[in-house]
Design a protein around this ligand. Structure first.
Ligand code: URP
Length: 416
């Protein structure tokens, strides 16, 4: 088991509370580490399969990353975990195994540092983690939401717009070199400035091909207006639909952060044929942590595809306190971004999560044959009643829509 930073004790000592403040769970990196350290091995095994499911009837296998990747993770202090989702052997199709990576990280400099220094520092921080992914033979790599800047959208101050870049801007150019060097497809979520359309801003994922080319982009469909996440001050709902990008390693799509609360958004990527959907996110514990392990996993099951979920790490402090119209006193931060990046598979199995407080690289092999195998097994695509849903949606969109409710005629009688 991985060594943890500071172990809490039973009587809730200061030491325990401090480590909790660091973003750990009572001194543990993740729920999984907490359980493995505190349960008897047999009990842990039982709990694990209930929590993480089974893949082809077995607990998910781990992969040993190469020594060079391990060395980078020790030197630069990031969590490194690797797993393998298998599929059943087929007679007519060869296995279609791809190696996929997710990177989570905290910001590299305080939000008060000059913007160009912050960008340079985040590039320097990401470099070794991407190198570890490259050294591990990762084929497709996804970074967290707006990885090239602090998640400043809580503040509603316009100064942060200066971080915005065109799709072919410096963050894309930085990643294109890695894509070319390691033959990797990279998904890069940025604050986009669309020069050709009045210099407007968008929350955009850029898809960089394994030859360093830009395959395309997708803009975040759903903009949150919840808690401190008042992102509509900066950009509007995306206008790119639900594109699926056919890459050298499979058909991929990106459901950016808050879109994960919308089952129809997940569905649309599935209808367009996605085999892996990434969910680059930025979200905090108090708001969404109980939802985090459920939504992506549910989407993977319902749509017969893999999901890669990535969340930021750490607490980002902004120069000016802000309010969110919720009666809370002004505060300078969102709270703790809880990391916990992981993969979910169409057979309901999932990996444990990366650290709740450390940078990390999560790697998994996945045999994409599993997608069709699960479609054949459960038949969700055949048993779905798309025509009924389409009718309901069409009528719901009309101004004179009436909900289809049949009331008990006795409900409103005074006595009987
Ligand atoms: N970045 C973002 O959309 N966050 C919203 C909060 C959430 O969906 O948990």
């Amino acid at each position: 088991m991985e060594k943890t930073d500071g172990i809490g004790n039973e009587n809730g000592s200061t030491e325990e509370k401090q480590s909790f403040k660091d973003g750990s769970i009572c001194g543990y990196n993740s729920l999984h580490h907490l359980l493995s350290a505190n349960l008897k091995p047999q009990l842990y095994q039982e709990v694990s399969w209930l929590l993480l499911g089974l893949n082809c009837g077995k607990a998910l296998e781990t992969i040993v990353p190469p020594e060079s990747a391990k060395a980078l993770s020790s030197k630069h202090d990031f969590d490194l975990q690797a797993f393998k989702f298998s599929a059943d052997k087929e007679l007519l199709r060869e296995p279609r195994v791809v190696r996929v990576g997710l990177i989570q990280n905290c910001i590299a400099l305080p939000t008060t540092a000059p913007i160009s220094d912050q960008k340079k520092a985040i590039f320097e921080k990401l470099g070794p983690i991407i190198d570890a992914a490259g050294a591990s033979g990762v084929n497709i790599l996804c970074l967290q939401e707006a990885w090239m800047m602090p998640f400043a959208f809580c503040t509603r101050e316009k100064r942060w717009c200066e971080f915005a870049e065109p799709v072919n801007g410096e963050s894309t150019q930085f990643l294109q070199e890695f894509a070319l060097k390691y033959n990797i497809v990279i998904i890069s979520s940025i604050l986009e400035r669309d020069i050709n359309h009045g210099e407007t801003l968008w929350n955009t994922a850029v898809i960089i091909g394994n030859h360093g080319n830009i395959i395309g982009k997708h803009r975040k469909n759903h903009i949150p207006r919840v808690g401190d996440f008042n992102e509509s001050t900066y950009y509007m709902e995306g206008n790119t639909g639900h594109p699926v990008f056919e890459t050298a390693y499979g058909k991929i799509a990106v459901n950016i952060c808050y879109g994960r609360h919308h089952p129809l958004n997940w569905l649309a990527f599935g209808l367009n044929g996605a085999e892996i959907v990434f969910n680059p996110s930025a979200t905090v514990g108090e708001l969404s942590e109980p939802m985090w392990p459920i939504e992506a996993r549910n989407a993977a099951i319902a749509n017969s595809y893999f999901v890669g979920s990535i969340n930021r790490v750490g607490t980002e402090i902004f120069p000016n306190p802000f309010t969110s119209g919720d009666g809370k006193p002004p505060h300078p931060d969102f709270g703790h971004f809880y990391g916990s990046s992981h993969f979910s598979a169409p057979d309901a199995s999932c990996t444990p999560s990366l650290s709740r407080y450390k940078d990390g690289l999560m790697i998994s092999d996945m045999d994409l044959n599993l997608c069709r195998q699960l479609k054949d097994k459960w038949g969700f695509r055949m048993t779905a009643r798309y025509e009924l849903y389409a009718d309901t949606l069409a009528s719901y969109l009309k101004p004179d829509f009436e909900p289809q409710v049949i009331s008990d005629p006795l409900l409103h009688k005074k006595s009987f």
